[in-house]
Design a protein around this ligand. Sequence first.
Ligand code: AMP
Ligand code: ZN
Ligand code: FE
Ligand code: FE
Length: 293
Amino acid sequence: MDEMEEQETRAERVQEAQGRADLHTHTIYSDGALSPEHLVRKAKAAGLAAIAITDHDNVGALTDAVECGQSLGVDVIAGLELSATLGEKDVHILAYLFEPSNARLLEYLEFFRRERLKRAERIVRKLNQINIPLSLDAVLDQAGIGSVGRPHIASALVEGGMTGTYGEAFEKYIGFGAPAYEKKYQVSPEEAVQLVAQAGGLSFFAHPGRSTTEADLLELIRVGLDGIEVIHPSHSPSMQEHYRRLASQYFLLTSGGSDFHGGKKNDNGAFGSYGVPMHVVEEMRRRCFRAPR
Ligand code: AMP
Ligand code: ZN
Ligand code: FE
Ligand code: FE
């Protein structure tokens, strides 16, 4: 082994020793199956050094998760997954390291969750009009304390025997273009990115591999995107390479995670194998221009 190879191996060993972080997970505060404590315990058991909980439009999991993380030695990072509309598309923006008590952010999240509830009501009404006897209560039972979304509607349809499978619920009823499809409240990527920035956080393009184009990415960069989610279960190695190259070309940070929801959806035992080395988290913290959060 020559000197350079030796140095590289040493650097890799140092990185490994610092551990890994899963920067995309969900709990019962959105459409995940686990409580914040349960998720943090699972992260500990999987050997993760850090975890970001990125519930849809909800930061409710953070306090309990941080407390549990402190007792177990898991670094819990403030996170969120916001929805925005780009043309006809629903794009997801991951937010990290914002101030969790930021008033404008909290106000927005509350507003958006109320809008989600109104949309669930509209979807149920449309389903009823096509003789699918789903009740709003059945949907709310699925959602519990979490931000109401189509995943809860799909689960309620399956539970009530109104569709065979979760995927079929989207295909036949609530997916884009299906008869009971309803748009979410429309927020532009610019509004979402600015909301995160004014709360001191960073914005990342979530799972860009999901039918987004380079023009979409450029639009997000134009409005102040900080990074791209490179590692995601839906990204093949060549897609990861593609997004890593784009991140480098446009001077963006990178992130990654499992998008774990638990329960029936994706608890396939792969939790712990999608993530990033801890130096990626350190880079994010440096980009915040503030004391570590
Ligand atoms: P919502 O935020 O309420 O619009 O729900 C969006 C979520 O529903 C996505 O994050 C996916 O988890 C899920 N979803 C959307 N479309 C489909 C689909 N065609 N099949 C399965 N799940 C879907
Ligand atoms: Zn989700
Ligand atoms: Fe998403
Ligand atoms: Fe997600």
